[in-house]
Design a protein around this ligand. Structure first.
Ligand SMILES: [Zn+2]
Length: 292
């Protein structure tokens, strides 16, 4: 799928079309009955009530504007040992690269890779195996990584062992980027281009960053994993089991939706299946989405 944000072309680059996870796994504190009021717009794309299963997707976003080629996140990747995640373990499906080429871009043409955060399903295609080594998939790109995000996982690596971090992704998908000299540590407010700025979205991980677009009348936010399912729009207080700091993730989500209501900003999460983006309105004191 391709869409426009003002004068920016955006292509969705799919890695895995459907990732099914039970509600109990993603949001263990939420009872399936609490989703019943929303079935008319969350079924069948985002949820199946009969099995209490959430349907997510795994994709990157390719942004092209004024000669720039920017990739937001790099999904799960190929050939990587992920024993705790059988569906991601030593994958041979390279549709991500084929989808990138189908969108008209070769890996060599990507000038910037922005990692919203360093979870396993956001950094996988950062690297690929060549001659037995993990090397950057995008040889001419700067990889933008949040400074505080990197510091957090470096600390965790010292405490627990680097190979245990993010199912092994820190070792095979992040450290090779640093070793290649292609990692650039960035902070809240970093200007990627005119009208494109990174912003802090802490909670899911301590240093998660989003990409805000404010160009003319265009307002958008690539928010990474600040939310996983559209049921969190009417219920921003529903944090996921994947969030390192649930109360902060709730505050971040609430502020994100409130700002989107007042500014008309389009929200673009990483894992929203079928519909990449939505706007938010406030109805009777609750946030409500218009899914695109
Ligand atoms: Zn994540």
């Amino acid at each position: 799928m391709t869409f426009s944000l003002g004068d920016i072309r955006v292509d969705e680059i799919e890695d895995i079309e459907t990732m099914d996870m039970t509600l109990a796994m993603v949001m263990p504190g939420v009872h399936p009955d609490e989703l019943l009021p929303y079935l008319d717009w969350i079924e069948p794309d985002h949820y199946t009530a009969a099995t209490a299963t959430l349907h997510l997707t795994c994709r990157s976003f390719l942004l092209r504007h004024a000669g720039r080629v920017v990739l937001v996140d790099t999904c799960v990747g190929c050939g990587k040992a992920r024993s705790a995640r059988p569906a991601w373990d030593k994958r041979t499906d390279d549709r991500f690269l084929r989808n990138l080429r189908a969108a008209g871009v070769a890996p060599e043409q990507v000038d910037t890779v922005f990692c919203t955060h360093l979870h396993v399903d956001h950094v996988g295609w950062n690297t690929q195996r060549v001659d037995g080594r993990w090397v950057p998939t995008f040889p001419n790109a700067r990889y933008l990584i949040g400074r505080s995000e990197m510091a957090h996982w470096e600390m965790q690596a010292r405490l627990k062992g680097a190979e245990t971090i993010a199912h092994g992704a820190f070792v095979d998908s992040v450290l090779p980027i640093v070793a290649a000299g292609q990692a650039e540590l960035v902070d809240d407010g970093y200007q990627l281009a005119d009208g494109l700025a990174l912003c802090a979205l802490a909670g899911h991980t301590p240093g998660q960053l989003g990409l805000r677009i404010d160009r003319g009348s265009t307002r958008a936010l690539f928010c990474g994993d600040a939310m996983h399912s559209p049921v969190q729009i009417p219920h921003p207080e529903w944090a996921t089991a994947f969030c390192t700091d649930a109360p902060t993730s709730v505050a971040t989500r609430h502020a994100m939706f409130a700002e989107a209501v007042s500014s008309g900003r389009v929200i673009i999460p990483a894992h929203l299946r079928r519909t990449a983006s939505f706007r938010v309105s406030e109805v009777a004191g609750a946030f409500h989405p218009t899914l695109f």
